[in-house]
Structures are given as structure tokens and as C-alpha cells.
Design a protein around this ligand. Sequence first.
Ligand code: 5GP
Length: 253
Amino acid sequence: MARRKKIYEGKAKILYEGTEPGTLVQYFKDDATAFNAEKKAVIEGKGVLNNRLSEFFMTGLTNIGVPNHFIRRLNMREQLVRQVEIIPLEVIVRNFAAGSMAKRLGIEEGERLPRPIIEFSLKDDKLGDPLVPEEYIIAFGWAAQQDLDDIVSLALRVNDFLSGVMYGVGIRLVDFKIEVGRVWDGDFQRLIVADEISPDSCRLWDRESGQKLDKDVFRRDLGDLADAYTEVARRLGVMPSNATHMPKPTLIN
Ligand code: 5GP
């Protein structure tokens, strides 16, 4: 069998050429990285969980009319997605102060923000994804003003959807990151949500205990990351209630 063509390998995912024109296969790895890959580990089962969770969120977005790249899940670790031209920005939406914002402004983590705040970082690992103002984005041509208006509108819709879904299962959506891509439908271009939506790219706190159920568990050594993600999946009904994270099967020749 011919090996499929690898298009791109990132820290947590690999993109392969898709099975149909205009598509890609997105493979979720078990690798976890933090602090711009200074901290690394392999968390068994993380890729399987994120594949399922991203499918769940993207399908929900499709159902409420928020365009995104997800087409269908192919297997435990892979999904078929629409090929997009990625806008080189990380779009971050914050509902409560945490992480880099809390540090930058000296605000206590968990403080509710006056309204959802959107910020942009340039996707550039070498520079550590620096925060960039809209002025830079337009001036350097990373996106046009109309694109930014569309991105803000997409990000707020994703925020409302995710906040509501999480609220329903006793989880506070503190903040999250999305990526956006450009697609062409004939002569028309539009922007859609791409990449992934998973506990790797969100801050999720239990509403009662404040327990962290996201990648901060790994960043801050707070326990077993796969257990935290399994709990999110269990509450959302994405995994059966008695599921513990599944180790890779032992292959017997
Ligand atoms: P912060 O700027 O506070 O570190 O991150 C804000 C939110 O965006 C958090 O939910 C964090 O997980 C997410 N985020 C920021 N940068 C990245 C990144 O490079 N990769 C991923 N997966 N998430 C990120």
C-alpha cells in the first residue's frame, strides 16, 4: 500500500493528504507540550480523547450554523477535515482572567471579565506566539479588516456555544483558543473554524470545586491529564460513563 503524504506535523497533530480533493486527514497524537515545547510528555489516550471531543464540538457548531472544517471522524485518532488556508493567528477568547492575561495585568485568576475579550497572537513558535494588536495584523497583511470582523463574529459564536454546553455539565469555560481558515466556494471566500477544539486549547474549571480539567493539569503538574480529559468527555456523553482512558492495545504478532 502506498504511504500517504504527510502535509504538516505540529506538536499535537499531523495532517495527511485527504481521501478526497480539498480534504485532509487530521491525526491526533498523544504528545503533550507546554511553554513552547520546553515541557514535553506522551499522555497515553490523549489523542483518542481529543479526536472525539473535537468531533463533538465541531459537530455541535455545524448544527447551530457555525461553519467549520470538520467533515467526519475516520477512526479513533483521525478525522477528515476540509483543507483551508490557515490565517496565521491564534484567536483567544477570555471570559475569566487566567493564564497569560492574569499574569500580564496582575489580575487574580478566576476574576470574571466585564465582557468576553478577544485577543490575537501571531502563530510563530520561534517567537513564542506573541500577542499582536489589530493594527499589526492589518498592516502586515496577516488578515484584512473584513476578515477580522468575521473572525470576531465566529469567535463570539463559538464562545456562546461552548460556554452553554459546558455550563450544562457543570464546567466553567474560562478561555479558549481557536484557529480560523479561509476556504473558497467558487469565486467566494469565507472563513471557517479550523484546527481543533479540545481541552488542549481551552481552560475548563469545574463550577463547584474549581478543579482544572484542561491542559493546565499538565502545564502545572496538577495530576493525570488523561483522567481530566476523560472526565470532560464523560460529562458530555462523548465516552461511556464507566470509561477510563484507553491505553494503546498490545499488538500480538
Ligand atoms: P494563555 O494566553 O492564557 O496562555 O492561553 C489562553 C487560552 O488559549 C488557553 O485556553 C490556552 O490553552 C489557549 N492557548 C493559547 N496558546 C495556545 C497554543 O499555542 N496551543 C493551544 N493548544 N492552546 C493555546
